[in-house]
Ligand binder design. Structure first.
Ligand code: GUN
Length: 296
């Protein structure tokens, strides 16, 4: 069994990006600038956004964190989005999800300029991704693809079972892995809450991508010997004995499944850090595309 070490690979990617930023600075060019909008006080979102902003600083990007109160109206948020679209200093930005219930998430995501949509959530980017065109690919599926590529995991003609059909992970990764190319060319089955006999499908899978958010859902008896396991779940489980009052766990019963797996991502330290690295990668791409558009 080999660990797909997302922490290590994400650090490699961040080092590569930092080297490019250093060169940009030497040439006297503007460095990439990422902004993040956070509405409300959701603990997990605060942690994720904080981590994204800290990573920007480390690699030499400019960053702006826009924190808005829970009671922010949809109108105010849409206005903020328009300001970010119009601000030439900002290369890319994200609106952290989930948004408070009184705000229409889809309406907000639709308002983001697709050229600054480094989350890849706008329909224009999702559509281009699905058609194999240049786009911004959502950071989590992009990170999974990169991890598979860098570990040279053989995906060609393999049976992939994706668990969960979210717009952010399950749906896009099922599309990407079925496309032509490296870490792809797979035969993909996308499973979800209405799938019957999910165990029969996972038992046949060469590669399983679990993006369900149910702690330790995937058990050893559901997995065949030698399977590749990608665990996208990050769930906070309440535990008073821990300093933070919770611990983080994935969708996979790691101790038992890892004994059968050929490759497996840990939680934490697997897909999570890759997501941040690929968001930074998208922001670098955004900067390069904006510069190229200006020159042409
Ligand atoms: N919430 C959970 N994951 C993500 C993500 O990748 N981007 C944003 N904007 N919100 C999230």
């Amino acid at each position: 069994m080999k660990i797909l070490d997302g922490k290590k690979i994400s650090n490699d990617i961040k080092d590569e990006i930092a080297a490019e930023v250093a060169q940009m600075k030497e040439r006297g060019e503007k460095v990439p600038h990422l902004a993040a909008v956070l509405v409300g006080n959701d603990g997990a979102s605060l942690t994720y956004v904080g981590s994204k902003v800290r990573s920007c600083k480390k690699i030499g990007f400019e960053s702006t964190l826009i924190q808005l109160p829970e009671e922010t109206t949809e109108e105010t948020l849409l206005q903020k989005v328009q300001e970010l679209n119009a601000n030439p200093e900002i290369d890319g930005y994200i609106v952290q999800l989930p948004l408070p219930k009184h705000i229409d998430e889809q309406k907000v995501l639709m308002a983001v300029d697709p050229d600054k949509d480094v989350d890849g959530f706008h329909p224009v980017n999702f559509g281009k991704m699905a058609l194999d065109m240049e786009s911004f690919i959502s950071a989590t599926p992009f990170g999974i693809m990169e991890l598979l590529k860098r570990y040279d995991v053989d995906t060609e003609g393999k049976n992939v079972v994706v668990i969960g059909r979210s717009h952010i992970v399950g749906r896009p990764i099922s599309i990407l892995m079925s496309q032509k190319g490296k870490a792809a060319n797979s035969t993909v089955t996308l499973t979800h809450s209405r799938t019957k006999n999910i165990q029969e499908l996972t038992q046949q899978a060469d590669i399983i991508v679990s993006a369900l958010g149910v702690p330790e859902f995937l058990k050893a008896e559901m997995v065949k010997e030698g399977a590749v396991i990608i665990d996208v779940g990050i769930t906070r489980v309440a535990d008073d004995s821990r300093e933070k009052g919770y611990y983080i766990t994935g969708d996979v019963d790691f101790d038992n499944v890892s004994k059968k797996a050929s490759f497996i991502t840990p939680v934490p330290g697997g897909v999570g850090p890759m997501t941040i690295a690929m968001l930074l990668k998208n922001t670098l791409l955004a900067r390069e595309r904006h510069r190229a558009n200006k020159e042409s």
